[in-house]
Every structure is written in structure tokens, then in C-alpha cells.
Design a protein around this ligand. Structure first.
Ligand code: PHE
Length: 340
């Protein structure tokens, strides 16, 4: 009896039917009222009690294996019939291919780049993994400056000289090291800061910074360049204002506000009823920075500026939570221009 059960088990395992009918025949042969299993159960009643335990297990195993096999076979045949059905009607209209959309950050970054290339700025690139010199020292950060604090910067544990750039000013240093003035570049790129993620801060974001060094470059040139940018980006009626600020690499330094493009400067909840939106930092390049890159400070002066792309995009589109840019939720992303 044991041998018969084993033979049947291997038959179940190897059974490959050619049709639904063969499966049904097989089911009746084994599981049917007059089938093999019924016979086995009849015989089982007559065997001695010491072998009953083992044989009982075997018969049950055979029953379960057969039921599972038949169910699996039926399912796979049914699903192959279904998929055959779906390709059958070739006159059905085709499903539309979904059209992707540009990511709002890419769109705004491109717009910023386009505005500055119209003014004759070139685009410069640099590494995201940097060294202390290019991110801090060459930019006149004193050794103990708080921006070097672990709070802001991601350092590499094994070598504190290697870090993730916290701003793309590091690219400007590389440009100054490798080129002679006149220099007119913008530096778009990803930057990293050890910040808690919230609606207004993220540990990864995008910047576009700019640098212009030549003979006789003045604060007035900077102001006019930034006004041009603001009017191109936020509308021809935009105004700018500058508030004194501090950056180690610029002197004097300023924070730039643009008149609120949503309320036209009257005051709304986006501009917190001030009529102004902060858009970037800027300043005249500190002579110490020029000296670090071997640029003659008697001959040359320059200005620099830097802005966050997410911030500009938030203001342009009225998005109030920065995290939306990183979550890849299609319901959000599909609201922006389609690529055609
Ligand atoms: N590097 C500054 C920042 O990341 C921005 C900046 C650039 C400010 C150039 C002034 C001049 O915040």
C-alpha cells in the first residue's frame, strides 16, 4: 500500500495535462467517489493499528498534493485563456501612452540657467564630494566658523577633510583656480546639509550660484544683474530690495528680496504680509577669496550670488511644502508642464 501511495504521489507531481478535460479526468480518477483515494481509505480501515499512523499521514499527503496540483493547473490555464482573450480583439482602441512631465525643479533650474546665459554667463560644474579647501577655507571661512559645525555639514568619518558640499560656491573656487578673469559663470548643482527634513528644509537641495570677476565690476553691476534676473523670473513689474547680511566670502553682503508676485506687493499670506519674498544671498567677492585663488585684487573685483532652486520654484508655483519636490507623487508632478 505504501508503495502504491508513493507511485501515485510521483504521478501527481509529474502530471502535465494538455487540456482542461485531462485535468478533470485526472481529478475523477484520484479524488472521485469511486476514485483511487476512496479505495485507499477503504483498505486503510483494514490495516493493523501500528501501521495506521504512518499510512494515514501518507494518504492525507496524497490527497492534499492532488487537490493543490489540480487547483494550480486550473488557475494557470484560466489565466492564460484570459490573456489570450485580451489580445484577441485587435480592433479595440489602443491604450494611451502616458506622457511624462518635467520635474518642477528641473524646469526652474533650466529657466534660471537660461536667464543668466542670456547675460553671457557660462555654466560650470564640479564634484558633490568636496574637500574643506574648496567648500570653506578658500572661501574665507575662519577655522572655527559655525558653518563648519557638524550641524550643517556631512563629513566623511574617516577623513574630516572630505565632505559633501554645502553650497556650489565650491565650483566657483575651482573656476577661479583654473581660469583667469574675466570670469562670468553660474554653478548649478545639488548641495547637502545636515538639516532635519521639514516643510521648509531638506538635507538635499539644489542651488544656482553665480560669479562675475572683471576689471571695475561694481555693486551697481550686481544690483542690475539681479534685477534683470528677478524681472525675467517673476515678471517685468518685479522690484528688488537688498538688506545688509553676512557671508565670509563676500563684503559687503546682502540678502535679496523680490516684490511678492502673488499680491503685487500689497501683502498676502505667502509674503507674510510684508510684500517681499527672500530669494538669494549676494555680495562683492571678499579680496581674501580672490587672493586664495591668485587673482590680483588691485586689478580685479567681482560679485557673487547664490539661490536655492527649490525656494524659487516654491515662490513661482505657490508650493508651500518643500518635501513635495522629493516624494515623486505623480498627483503633484503631473500638475506641471508636459513634455511634448
Ligand atoms: N553660498 C551661499 C549659500 O549657500 C549663497 C551665496 C553665494 C551668498 C554667493 C553670497 C554670495 O547660502
Amino acid at each position: 500500500m505504501k508503495n502504491r501511495i508513493e507511485e501515485l504521489l510521483s504521478r501527481v507531481g509529474e502530471f502535465v495535462p494538455a487540456s482542461m478535460k485531462e485535468i478533470e479526468d485526472f481529478r475523477i480518477e484520484i479524488l472521485g467517489k469511486k476514485g483511487v483515494l476512496t479505495q485507499l481509505f477503504e483498505e486503510f480501515k483494514t490495516v493493523s493499528s501500528d501501521v495506521k499512523k504512518e499510512l494515514g499521514k501518507d494518504i492525507n499527503l496524497l490527497k492534499v498534493a492532488t487537490i493543490n496540483k489540480i487547483n494550480d493547473l486550473k488557475e494557470s490555464i484560466e489565466s492564460s485563456i484570459e490573456s489570450a482573450d485580451s489580445v484577441e480583439d485587435i480592433t479595440k482602441p489602443a491604450l494611451f501612452e502616458e506622457i511624462g512631465t518635467r520635474h518642477p525643479i528641473s524646469m526652474v533650474k533650466k529657466e534660471i540657467i537660461d536667464i543668466f546665459t542670456r547675460l553671457g554667463f557660462n555654466i560650470a560644474d564640479g564634484p558633490e564630494i568636496e574637500d574643506d579647501w574648496h567648500v570653506f577655507s578658500a572661501l574665507n571661512f575662519p577655522e572655527e566658523h559655525p558653518a563648519r559645525d557638524m550641524q550643517d555639514t556631512f563629513f566623511i568619518e574617516k577623513n574630516p577633510d572630505i565632505l559633501l558640499r554645502t553650497h556650489t560656491s565650491s565650483i566657483q573656487v575651482r573656476v577661479m583656480e583654473n581660469n583667469k578673469p574675466p570670469i562670468r559663470v553660474i554653478c548649478p548643482g545639488r548641495v547637502f546639509r545636515n538639516e532635519a527634513i521639514s516643510y521648509r528644509a531638506h538635507c538635499i537641495f539644489h542651488q544656482v550660484e553665480g560669479l562675475y570677476i572683471d576689471k571695475g565690476v561694481s555693486f551697481a553691476d550686481m544690483k542690475q544683474t539681479i534685477l534683470y534676473f528677478a524681472q525675467e523670473m517673476f515678471g517685468a513689474k518685479s522690484k528688488i530690495r537688498m538688506r545688509p547680511s553676512y557671508f565670509p566670502f563676500t563684503e559687503p553682503s546682502a540678502e535679496v528680496d523680490v516684490s511678492c508676485n502673488l499680491c503685487g506687493g500689497k501683502g498676502c499670506n505667502v509674503c507674510k504680509y510684508t510684500g517681499w519674498l527672500e530669494i538669494m544671498g549676494c555680495g562683492m567677492v571678499d579680496p581674501n577669496v580672490l587672493i586664495s585663488s591668485n587673482i590680483d585684487t588691485e586689478e580685479y573685483t567681482g560679485f557673487a550670488f547664490g539661490m536655492g532652486v527649490e525656494r524659487i520654484a516654491m515662490l513661482k508655483y505657490g508650493v508651500n511644502d518643500l518635501r513635495l519636490y522629493f516624494e515623486n507623487d505623480l498627483r503633484f508632478l503631473q500638475q506641471f508642464e508636459a513634455i511634448i
